[in-house]
Design a protein around this ligand. Structure first.
Ligand code: SF4
Length: 350
């Protein structure tokens, strides 16, 4: 009976200030308590309601009846020889998601997941093969950040893990509000990038309501080829996404980038360079070339370093700032979705 009660408690961590105001009203705490709770949750980083010592003992008892903080440590970790770590978190009762920690010279980036599995079905992605298993709550998105052992060293955050962030826009926007607001973690939005396949129904909401950087997974400038790689192109075309971006007034601090995984002999030809320059004409942006991490059963291959470099140089010569993203953590299967797929299979067998 008691166990059931504990399981049903609602989590305070991951709630916005407005949601915490609603909580205080519900349990009849004074209004000012909501701001005090945000301080405890997001600035003082406590892990139990009992540590909220500027709330009276009575208030803490009232709050504890139906609420808990709701933090959960990762259940597994793999560490690469280059220092990249891949953490596995348990979410949605029996699902698993991955979170990458990527330390570099002067920065440390966390790559968070926004869904368990994914609906988008991109053919180069293990997460896509898992199918959709559920949206993460703001609590589960931010728990990856707060419960990361390296939390205090983090300088940047990217929503590029499992799932399509703009397909879970409500919870993703809540998590961004908490990270960037003064009453939350107070991070500058320029430290955060949200990556999307280009969902036309929600991209505008993200652009209007946040000031974080936008990254669009492009991977091919040609309709038919992109449809083969990314089924989303059937219903949400790159052209529509680029029209939205062109119409939006970006401030000078905000960055738009296009992610481009290079596949040998497929999307790495001079015709691709020419078409990329044509469709991105007039958009202040950059292209990030990403090396493909091989996934089981796929015939897609990564070109060698020299070919990738020539592709990059050709785009730079066309006036598009292009970089090759460092490939990190290949020895720990850093391609998104591999570790959680293994864990899921293990659970099914046991
Ligand atoms: S690449 Fe991203 S959007 Fe595509 S299937 Fe994988 S997780 Fe989903």
């Amino acid at each position: 009976m008691n166990d059931n009660k504990i399981m049903l408690k609602e989590k305070l961590y991951g709630k916005t200030l407005n949601e915490l105001i609603a909580v205080t009203k519900r349990v009849k705490l004074p209004g000012f308590a909501a701001k005090q709770i945000t301080d405890w949750l997001y600035k003082k980083e406590i892990s139990s309601i009992d540590e909220m010592t500027n709330l009276s003992k009575k208030m803490r008892e009232v709050l504890s009846v139906d609420y808990e903080i709701g933090l959960a440590a990762p259940v597994n970790v793999m560490e690469s020889s280059d220092g990249t770590k891949k953490y596995l978190y348990n979410v949605l009762k029996d699902k698993y998601i991955e979170t990458a920690y990527i330390p570099e010279d002067d920065r440390a980036t966390i790559c968070v997941s926004s869904q368990a599995g994914c609906k988008m079905g991109c053919i180069f992605c293990m997460t896509g093969r898992q199918g959709f298993q559920g949206n993460l709550s703001s609590n589960e998105i931010l728990n990856q950040f707060r419960s990361l052992p390296e939390f205090k060293t983090l300088t940047n955050m990217v929503y590029m893990g499992m799932g399509e962030p703009l397909d879970n826009i409500t919870e993703v926007m809540k998590s961004l509000e908490i990270v960037t607001n003064e009453w939350g973690y107070g991070w500058s939005p320029t430290r955060i990038t949200v990556s999307t396949v280009g969902l036309t129904s929600t991209i505008k909401e993200f652009l209007v309501k946040s000031r974080c950087h936008l990254a669009v997974s492009l991977h091919s400038p040609f309709d038919e080829e992109r449809r083969k790689l990314m089924p989303i192109q059937h219903t949400n075309t790159v052209k529509e996404v680029l029209d939205i971006i062109r119409d939006f007034d970006f401030n000078s601090q905000r960055r738009v980038s296009f992610e481009y995984i290079l596949f040998k002999g497929m999307n790495d030809t001079p015709a691709h360079i020419k078409e990329l320059a044509r469709i991105l004409n007039g958009i202040k942006c950059r292209i990030n070339i990403i090396r493909f991490h091989q996934i089981p059963g796929s015939e897609l291959k990564s070109p060698d370093h020299e070919a990738a470099n020539s592709f990059k140089e050709a785009l730079n010569a066309k006036g598009i700032l292009t970089t090759i993203r460092n490939s990190r953590g290949e020895d720990i299967r850093a391609a998104c979705g591999l570790l959680s797929t293994l864990e899921q299979n293990k659970q099914v067998k046991s």
